[in-house]
Ligand binder design. Structure first.
Ligand code: TMP
Length: 207
């Protein structure tokens, strides 16, 4: 596979968006072809699934329904966007990918991790990110940051602190077994965080 597949992960409020913007700007200025996509969403079908998933009115959603909807959105974006863009040799930056499912539906919701790994691999057609940045932040700081923003909470964000703690712990547990993870202390300034991201990405694209 050509191209470079980079994913950003972390609990809601960890600062992913800022870092993704900084990386995009840098790649653009360096003339390196890239695309930016987000999960769930990123395709016409995927954005419709996203609306269902994040709608706070959907309080009755079964955990398995939730899992399968995330996987459905993923199957679509992998086929429609990620594989073709990588094939063209681009840097594909994905705001969340299947590690979110491990952390949110696996560790936080408590669904079986082996089932999730199977479904993740299946919906991703066997591909894996080359680099995964985990912006690690405690749930209280993340909550305060989120509440400094004007946008309303979505269905997952409204789950509360103990849920987000499980998500965080899940990410950290998963990151220990996978060398593609780069865990970054997200209490640092955006500039300090970005410097580490840039170094890691430029080790590959700068050659
Ligand atoms: P975000 O795009 O604002 O990060 O919102 C997506 C929400 O969906 C976020 O709360 C994390 C959650 N999520 C899961 O629970 N499982 C998944 O597989 C993915 C991709 C996201």
């Amino acid at each position: 596979m050509k191209g470079l597949f980079v994913t950003f992960e972390g609990i809601d409020g960890c600062g992913k968006t800022t870092q993704i913007e900084l990386l995009s700007k840098d790649l653009r200025e360096a003339g390196i072809p890239y695309v930016l996509i987000r999960e769930p969403g990123g395709t016409v079908i995927g954005e419709k699934i996203r609306t269902i998933l994040l709608d706070k009115a959907n309080t009755g959603m079964d955990e398995r329904t939730e899992l399968l909807l995330y996987e459905a959105a993923r199957a679509q974006i992998v086929k429609e966007k990620i594989l073709p863009e990588l094939e063209e040799g681009k840097v594909v930056i994905c705001d969340r990918f299947f590690d979110s499912t491990v952390a949110y539906q696996g560790y936080a919701r408590g669904l079986n991790l082996e089932d999730i790994d199977f479904l993740n691999n299946w919906s991703a057609a066997g591909i894996k990110p080359d680099i995964t940045f985990l912006l690690d932040l405690d749930e209280k700081t993340a909550y305060e940051r989120r509440h400094g923003r004007s946008d309303e909470e979505d269905r997952l964000e409204a789950e509360g602190l103990s849920f987000m703690k499980k998500v965080r712990d899940g990410y950290l547990a998963r990151s220990k077994n996978e060398p593609r993870f780069k865990v970054i202390d997200a209490t640092q300034t955006p500039e300090q965080i970005y410097q580490q991201i840039r170094e890691t990405v430029w080790e590959v694209v700068g050659k």
